[in-house]
Write a protein that binds this ligand. Structure first.
Ligand code: C2E
Ligand code: CA
Ligand code: CA
Ligand code: CA
Length: 276
């Protein structure tokens, strides 16, 4: 019988080769995406579940390339991280969002905060805090309008995380734990860190059957006892909304209320200040 090593078989797999090629090509395009102005930001409302008032926005990066069209962040963010490009792009995101908040203020639109996703690489970069100060200096934005979303896996070095988080906390920048429940940390670990908000991952909201309800209920109960603001992610149905209200969740985000919107569209919506 012909012997075929598993690795070699995989290496010759046309699907995998195509995927490697695509990643390589996207990586090349991403090298010039900033200077070519291919990035832009969409904003998704976070609402008060009781009255659907917009309480905050989440900034989400978008990339449209002339050759490959619109690419999902789930595909290009990991490439930005692997190449280290996320440092520069992350800085651009922070600056763009800060300028946008200033522009809203000039139009008499006042939001409590705008949430920005911070990549683990950006968070743990030695220049992160310096870059942040530089942007605040340049834009003259009061940092109290910012909320940084980080995932649990960012916090692998407790002492270092503590130091960075306190620097942000002292600037009155809120910290949210994104995708909560998908990592290894627990609320009993997080309670030693200056964290304001817990975002319950969409995977739990998708599974509000008997066991799922128990998990979400315990996150909400514990989170409330520890004085966190709770946001449920990825709410798509009225049924999920009713469950979450019943369980005492205060805030939510999801297609039921609004998809992420262009700056123009969200500015119009903010004029009304509700997604209803
Ligand atoms: P995330 O931070 O958990 O963002 C939430 C994602 O869920 C967004 O996908 C949003 O469009 C989507 N979403 C919101 N509501 C619903 C819903 O009801 N149903 C469904 N199916 N999806 C919903 P998006 O924009 O494609 O971003 C995917 C991920 O890429 C983000 O997950 C985040 O990890 C990363 N990402 C996006 N923008 C940025 C950014 O500016 N910086 C960094 N570092 N990462 C980003
Ligand atoms: Ca997020
Ligand atoms: Ca999330
Ligand atoms: Ca996610």
């Amino acid at each position: 019988a012909k012997q075929q090593g598993g690795n070699r078989a995989q290496f010759n797999n046309p699907t995998i080769n195509a995927a490697v090629k695509r990643t390589f090509n996207l990586e090349n395009e991403l090298q010039h995406a900033l200077e070519n102005e291919e990035f832009f930001i969409h904003y998704q409302p976070i609402v008060d579940l009781q009255n659907k008032d917009i309480v905050e926005l989440e900034a989400l990066l978008r990339w449209e390339n002339s050759k490959y069209g619109y690419i999902s962040p789930d595909e290009f963010i990991p490439i930005l991280e692997e190449t280290g490009l996320i440092r520069k792009v992350g800085k651009w995101i922070l600056k763009t969002v800060s300028e946008q908040i200033n522009s809203w203020h000039k139009q008499d639109i006042h939001l409590s905060k705008v949430a920005v996703n911070i990549s683990p690489i950006q968070f743990n970069d030695e220049n992160f805090i310096r870059d942040l100060h530089e942007i605040l200096q340049e834009t003259q934005l009061n940092p109290k309008y910012l909320n940084f979303e980080i995932t649990e896996n960012v916090l692998y070095d407790f002492n270092k995380s503590l130091d960075i988080l306190y620097k942000l906390h002292n600037l009155h920048i809120n910290i949210s734990i994104d995708d909560f429940g998908t990592g290894y940390s627990s609320l009993s670990y997080l309670k030693f860190l200056p964290i304001d908000t817990i975002k319950i991952d969409k995977s739990f909201i998708d599974n509000l059957d008997e066991d799922g309800k128990m998990i979400v209920q315990s996150i909400i109960t514990m989170g409330k006892n520890l004085h966190y603001t709770l946001i449920a992610e990825g709410i798509e149905t009225e049924k999920q909304l009713e469950f979450l209200k019943m369980l005492g969740c205060e805030r939510g985000q999801g297609y039921l209320f609004s998809t992420p919107l262009s700056t123009d569209a969200v500015t119009r919506l903010l004029g009304r200040n509700s997604v209803t």
